[in-house]
Design a protein around this ligand. Sequence first.
Ligand code: ADP
Length: 458
Amino acid sequence: MRVAFVASEAVPHAKSGGLADVVGTLPQYLTDMAVKTVIIMPRYKGIKSTPGKRIRVEMQGLHQVNVFKRDNFLFVDYPDFFVRDGLYGNTKGDYEDNCERFTLFCKVATKLLLEGHYDIVHCHDWQSGLVPLYMKLASHRAKSVFTIHNLGYQGKFPRDKFKLLGISEKYFTAEGLEFHGDVNFLKAGIVYSDMITTVSENYAQEIQSPELGFGLDGILRTRADRLRGIINGIDYNQWNPEIDEFIYVKYADFDGKQKNKVLLCRDHCLDTQRPLIGMVTRIAGQKGFDILVCAIDEIMKTGFNMLILGLGEEAFHEKLRKLENIYHGRLSVNIKFDNKLAHRIYAGADFFLMPSLYEPCGLGQLISLRYGTVPIVRKTGGLADTVIEFAPGSLTGNGFLFSEYTGKALTAATERAYETFGKAEVFRRLSENCMRYNYSWTESAKKYQQLYNSIVSP
Ligand code: ADP
């Protein structure tokens, strides 16, 4: 079987969040199962690769696009659009020409797909949302799978951009890719793909409800028979404290982990006696920063230190910097994208906080478990599927959860975590239990393979 992935980011070449982890890793596991994979993505700044063929596409005039190659990646090279500092925008917001950028990307990807002999085209998120429709319009035999990694990002553009797409007006309807008068790329992926998946079973249910459906719950309910939830895995070659080259000291037990805590705290001027909460995250409303800002005084009062690594919305950056000044020596705020520091936080923190408003799957909690870093999470989406409340009596469970989206509920969960930290032997057991959870890609890759087999053309 031959499967082409079409996506806007993938490790190791470009990453803004979990999407890149999935698109870069799942193909490796499918390859081990004798599935041939190709990944088509934009050629962003700094991606080293070899020039291949030239392609011409029409988008209000002819555009010459180069296709670069490296391993099983095909990179769509159009420097005006893709050689920039950010993938989709900067701290002020999205790039204004994202519709042009990703329409061109989808058109080039489709041309490449039509030239190959693929059985399955697996598209991810709105940036590749037009591809299933373009494939259908070209009557290609390949079946399409569309994975929603985050329903909150839809690729919505004003109606006057519709002409860029180069398709008949008859597709601009409520049954097609029209959405309250706008063009909606994510909706196109949902409507025109053969199968839809999302990244946890719980999120597959949640997005069919008005609360978390972002206006697309109705269309998702009409396609419920085609919608599946498959939980993401973790690449344990990248995320494993026993072989991790980025962390201070490699480890396989709680004592080794403590050495990392000491060195992490030293580098960030935090004392080592207090329990340390780490966060590695995009800084966006979705990630729960509004309730964190409300709860932080209480969290500090309880006695925690905090180390935050993140990048995103300027308004939250400012609030966090102010808090860092207030809690100098107790709270370290690092506004940047830094993979090495991310690894060190997963290794050195005692707890990992994800107070998300919604969370399709969440990789942070899965990574932190492998490092023995106890997750404190809101009970939503994939977090609810993977974190189980710790029961001190039976020593079962792997973290601390709260349901209500309030600072108060978050504080209560951190208080339970603090109490557990105070019982040294219990906390050691909890941390070592976390290390034993297995969220490898093996099982999830099998589920994708079964899904492909169930729809592939004979
Ligand atoms: P999302 O995809 O919504 O951003 P996930 O939890 O699914 O959230 O995945 C986030 C991924 O991105 C994890 O691998 C996390 O370690 C990484 N990450 C997020 N922000 C940063 C950052 N500022 N620096 C380094 N890695 C980051």
